[in-house]
Design a protein around this ligand. Structure first.
Ligand SMILES: [Zn+2]
Length: 175
């Protein structure tokens, strides 16, 4: 079962991650093709760069942007919001903490690999806490989290197991 603390659809996420380039009739390099796209380019305008180049520096580009004029000295740097974190929680009140950068949305997947009932508390950025509730052996639960801001965003995910001494969970944090 999927759950989300934000009543938002994927379409809305994508729309929010689009930064329209001003006055460009060419293809829009700031349009994210889909929410699986994790590689982007960032333009760092050169000191004293023209207005066009300054505008290129806003937000991120999901396709490599073309330089707006010859002799442009701005930096075009690749970046990634890809996240692939794997970990485990073993025993009563085991904890883990992961700090990483990503885009505006992440998934936290919890799988119960232990015998017996138990669950996991998931806290994101020290503020939003969700509980899996009791999970049966082999079952998994996925949480979606989202926030807005300029990419890449820093995320902190803290997990704590809530079960008997022999409980055992695996978790994955992904885009
Ligand atoms: Zn430039």
């Amino acid at each position: 079962m999927d759950s989300s603390h934000h009543a938002m659809t994927t379409e809305e996420f994508i729309r929010k991650e689009v930064f329209k380039s001003s006055g460009s009739s060419k293809r829009d390099t700031r349009t994210r093709r889909n929410d699986l796209q994790t590689e982007y380019w960032k333009v760092i305008p050169n000191e004293g760069a023209c207005e066009k180049c300054q505008a290129m520096g806003e937000g991120v580009h999901w396709e490599k942007p073309e330089r707006p004029h010859p002799n442009c000295k701005c930096q075009i740097k690749p970046g990634s919001i890809r996240v692939g974190i794997f970990g485990k929680l073993e025993g009563w009140r085991d904890t883990s903490s992961d700090t990483f950068t990503a885009g505006q949305s992440i998934k936290v997947i919890i799988i119960n690999r232990g015998l017996g009932l138990g669950g996991v508390w998931v806290t994101v950025d020290g503020t939003v806490t969700r509980s899996t509730g009791h999970m049966r052996y082999g079952s998994s639960k996925t949480f979606h989290f989202s926030k807005f801001g300029e990419i890449p965003l820093t995320w902190q995910v803290e997990l704590m197991s809530d079960g008997a001494d022999e409980c055992f969970f695996e978790y994955k944090i992904r885009n």
